[in-house]
Write a protein that binds this ligand. Structure first.
Ligand code: ATP
Ligand code: MG
Length: 268
C-alpha cells in the first residue's frame, strides 16, 4: 500500500476516485456489512498486530498493536511528543504502509476493492492540515469533485451552519485559504470532513491551535456528529490536554515509544 504525503482527505477521495469507489445515499457511505444488517456487533475497526517502521532506517515506529474500536466508543489518546500517536492514527486510516498485521472493517479485511470506501468512512483529520488554493468554500467543495462522493452534493447552508457552530462569522466560507490562521485552517479541515458524515473520526490534536472558546465549539461540533450517528459512530481523539481527554473520551489510551497502553477508564 503506497504511503501518502498529501492531505489525507484529499488522498482519501483521490484514491477513491482513481479506483472508482462508490458512495451510497446522500448522508452515508455504505459499509461492507450493509447486505447483512444495518448494525453490526463487530467492531467498526479492528487492528491485528499492526507494525510501522521507518522505511529509511527500519526503526520501529509502532510495535505490534492489537486494537478495536466499537460503534458508540469515544477513545482519547494521550502521550508524549514523538510517542507515535500520529503514526498510529495514520496506520489505522491505512494511509501508510504496514510492515505487518492487518486491519478489518466490520469484521472483514480491507482489500483493494473496499479501501476507497474505508478511507472515506474512517476519516483522519490531520494534525497539520493541507488546504487547496482558493477560498474556504472551495476547500469544502473539493471532496465532492471526486468519485466516492459523486452521488452527493455540497450543501452550502450546512457548511455555513457548521462554520457558525464553530464560532465563525458568515464571511468565513469566503475567506482565502492562504490567509487563514493555523486554527482556522484546522477548523476548515474539520468541517470538510464532518460535512461528509464519516463513520469514524480519527482526530489528531484538532484543537491544538485553537483558543479555549473555539476549542469548546469544536468539541460541541464533534459531539453533534457523534450523536447524529445514533450510536453507530466512533471517534479516537489525540490530545495533550488531560482535561480535554476526559471530556472527549469515554475510554482512555496512552502511547509511549510506539506502544499503545490502556489507561484508567473514564467514568461518566
Ligand atoms: N513517515 C515517517 N517516517 C519516519 N519516521 C516517522 C514518520 N512518521 C513519524 N515518524 C517518527 O515517528 C515518531 C512518532 O511520531 P508521531 O508523529 O507519531 O508522534 P506523536 O506522538 O504524534 O507526537 P506529537 O504529540 O508531537 O504529535 C517520531 O520520532 C517521528 O519522527
Ligand atoms: Mg502527532
Amino acid at each position: 500500500m503506497a504511503a501518502a504525503q498529501a492531505d489525507p482527505i484529499v488522498y482519501h477521495v483521490a484514491a477513491a476516485w482513481r479506483s472508482g469507489g462508490t458512495g451510497a445515499g446522500p448522508h452515508r457511505i455504505s459499509s461492507p456489512l450493509d447486505e447483512f444488517s444495518p448494525m453490526s456487533a463487530l467492531p467498526l475497526v479492528q487492528a491485528f498486530g499492526i507494525v510501522r517502521r521507518d522505511a529509511r532506517t527500519a526503526e520501529t515506529l509502532l510495535f505490534s498493536t492489537d486494537f478495536a474500536l466499537a460503534a458508540g466508543e469515544r477513545i482519547a489518546v494521550t502521550g508524549p511528543s514523538g510517542a507515535g500517536k500520529s503514526v498510529l492514527l495514520r496506520a489505522l486510516a491505512l494511509l501508510d504502509p504496514l510492515e505487518a498485521g492487518r486491519i478489518c472493517w466490520h469484521g472483514r479485511d480491507v482489500d483493494r476493492q473496499t479501501i476507497p470506501r474505508y478511507r472515506s468512512s474512517i476519516a483522519y483529520v490531520k494534525q497539520r492540515p493541507a488546504l487547496v488554493d482558493g477560498t474556504v468554500e472551495d476547500n469544502l467543495r473539493y471532496p465532492y469533485l471526486l468519485g466516492v462522493y459523486r452521488d452527493r452534493r455540497f450543501d452550502r447552508a450546512r457548511a455555513a451552519y457548521l462554520a457558525k457552530r464553530a464560532g465563525r462569522t458568515v464571511g468565513f466560507l469566503d475567506k482565502r485559504a492562504s490567509e487563514l490562521s493555523g486554527g482556522e485552517a484546522q477548523l476548515t479541515a474539520l468541517i470538510r470532513v464532518l460535512q461528509l458524515d464519516p463513520e469514524v473520526l480519527l482526530l489528531d490534536e484538532p484543537t491544538a491551535s485553537l483558543d479555549p472558546q473555539t476549542t469548546q465549539a469544536v468539541e460541541a461540533l464533534v459531539d453533534d456528529w457523534f450523536w447524529a450517528g445514533e450510536h453507530a459512530r466512533a471517534s479516537m481523539w489525540v490530545s495533550h490536554d488531560p482535561a480535554q481527554a476526559g471530556r472527549v473520551g469515554t475510554r482512555r489510551l496512552t502511547m509511549h515509544v510506539g506502544r499503545l497502553n490502556a489507561c484508567e477508564e473514564i467514568h461518566r
